[in-house]
Design a protein around this ligand. Structure first.
Ligand code: DX5
Ligand code: ZN
Length: 225
């Protein structure tokens, strides 16, 4: 479990009129996080595959596409064809999670599973060996700028234990309310890929905030197992 700390700014927090400039401003990040919401699974409607395609043309960073949509198996190829490098699917939306995860991997990109704040880590028991990434939501999906849910820290510890029991080593991603005030707690509990929307794009200097978050995360890193 020696993954470096990686930062994934979420474009949900950008002024879309300045998308190109915003992406340029975080070119020192590790991923661009794209929140796809369908107005059914989430109380908000956001981006489709054309946004993924637009980002692909505007940045060299890998694209982390977070699908918050019902029936993801019906449309997942749209996002892969548009240039996603990592697709994460909510456990709560996929009736055939194993099939979806293996399909994503068969297309040559990374596959991840996401848990809502109220979905327990034990639901990953029979998929943990197959995923490249596990993401824990630390807010209820829908909006940027929400407060971090503290129970995520205990869930991260359980996730770390589950990974150890399976000798699995996925990236461990956390999404929602990540800032300089919270990153140390989630990293100490095992997270290594941190999504940050309002903290990065609300900062005067987004690039410096990416570096500050990464440095704070590296300093708080959990002791090697
Ligand atoms: C929420 C989204 C998040 C959001 C994070 O449903 O999945 O990615 O953009 O925004 P912050 O970092 O502001 O909580
Ligand atoms: Zn997200």
């Amino acid at each position: 479990m020696t993954h470096p700390i990686r930062i994934a700014p979420s474009i949900l927090s950008v002024n879309l009129g300045h998308l190109a400039h915003s992406l340029e401003s975080i070119s020192c990040a590790d991923y661009v996080h794209i929140d796809v919401m369908d107005g059914h699974f989430t109380p908000n409607l956001t981006f489709g595959p054309e946004m993924v395609r637009a980002c692909k043309g505007l940045t060299d960073l890998p694209l982390d596409v977070h699908l918050m949509i019902t029936n993801p198996d019906e449309t997942i190829d749209w996002y892969i064809d548009a240039g996603a490098d990592l697709v994460t699917v909510h456990y709560e939306t996929a009736s055939h999670l194993n099939r979806v995860v293996n399909h994503i991997k068969s297309r040559g990109i990374k596959a991840g599973v996401v848990l809502n704040p109220s979905t327990p880590v034990c639901m990953l028991e029979d998929i943990i060996d197959d995923v490249d990434v596990v993401m824990l939501m630390s807010v209820n999906p829908g909006f940027s700028g929400q407060s971090f849910i503290e129970g995520t820290v205990a869930k991260l510890r359980k996730l770390t234990e589950l990974c150890r029991a399976h000798d699995a080593d996925p990236l461990i991603e956390v999404d929602g309310g990540i800032s300089l005030a919270t990153i140390n707690r989630v990293v100490a509990a095992g997270a290594n890929l941190l999504v940050a929307g309002s903290a990065v794009f609300g900062a005067d200097d987004p690039a410096q905030m990416v570096r500050d978050l990464r440095d704070a995360g590296e300093a708080a890193r959990a002791p090697r197992a």
